[in-house]
Design a protein around this ligand. Structure first.
Ligand code: PEP
Length: 249
């Protein structure tokens, strides 16, 4: 049985005190979840929040890491540094990183390699923009994103990859993919994983949906056979909403 998961992505929201308050509220409420629960926080929060959640089932993720091991890269944070905070995951390939920071397939491949080499698990995001969806190109886009950055991993490395399908047109827009649209492409993504790593590995791969997933639509999305949970942006910033999404999984 593959892992079911609800992961939050706080993005560049919450100062340290606000982040600690939210993590504390989640810790008090999440004692024995039916799924894996991860919160992705800004770098500055990681050590404090990871320490706070040490005896909690909630795991902590960074939202990025550097594409270099160490050295003269002012302002960057390495995978090794992330791991040293107690964080266990890193979100890579988010569309905002691809769009605003020009992260290429090769850059992402290197970040994934370094994250895994330093003991982090990776939540790897893929998904098409609106024009690509309108042109019916979503399948070829996600295929190219997988082939470009993660399909060079070994089968052993693949075990530490969680995929997140996030149609860019649905992120933060209030436009959610319908359960049918999401299920269709999740099933396709699983087929691609099966072709690359075999049927068993594909069955074991957790594939999250992200894009305006909230406490109202989560249950319907999570009921789809190939949707194993969600990567949640806006609704992860409000404890009540995030907890309702966890309960829906
Ligand atoms: C995200 O950015 O990963 C995301 C899914 O955002 P939102 O839930 O706000 O659409």
């Amino acid at each position: 049985m593959r892992t079911k998961m609800v992961a939050g992505n706080w993005k560049m929201n919450k100062n340290l005190q606000e982040g600690v308050a939210l993590a504390t509220e989640l810790k008090q409420a999440v004692k024995d979840p039916k799924c894996a629960v991860v919160i992705g926080t800004p770098f500055i929060h990681l050590a404090t929040v990871a320490q706070l959640l040490q005896d909690s089932p909630i795991k902590v993720a960074a939202e990025n890491c550097a594409d270099h091991e160490k050295g003269a890269y002012t302002g960057e944070v390495s995978a090794e540094m992330v791991r040293s905070t107690g964080a266990e995951y890193v979100i890579l390939g988010h569309s905002e990183r691809r769009q605003y920071y020009a992260e290429s397939y090769d850059t992402l491949a290197e970040k994934v390699r370094l994250a895994l080499a330093n003991g982090l698990k990776v939540i790897f995001c893929i998904g098409e923009v609106k024009e690509e969806r309108e042109a019916g190109k979503q399948n070829e886009v996600v295929k190219a994103q997988l082939e470009g950055s993660v399909f060079s991993l070994t089968a052993e490395e693949w075990k530490n990859i969680t995929l997140a399908y996030e149609p860019v047109w649905a992120i933060g827009t209030g436009l959610t993919a319908t359960p049918e649209q999401a299920q269709e492409i999740h099933a396709y993504i699983r087929t691609l994983v099966a072709q690359k790593y075999g049927k068993e590995a594909a069955e074991d791969t957790t594939i999250l949906y992200g894009g305006s997933c909230n406490e109202k639509n989560a249950a319907e999305l999570f009921a789809c056979p190939d949707i194993d949970g969600g990567l949640i942006g806006g609704a992860a910033l409000v404890a009540e909403k995030f907890l309702a999404i966890i309960a829906a999984r």
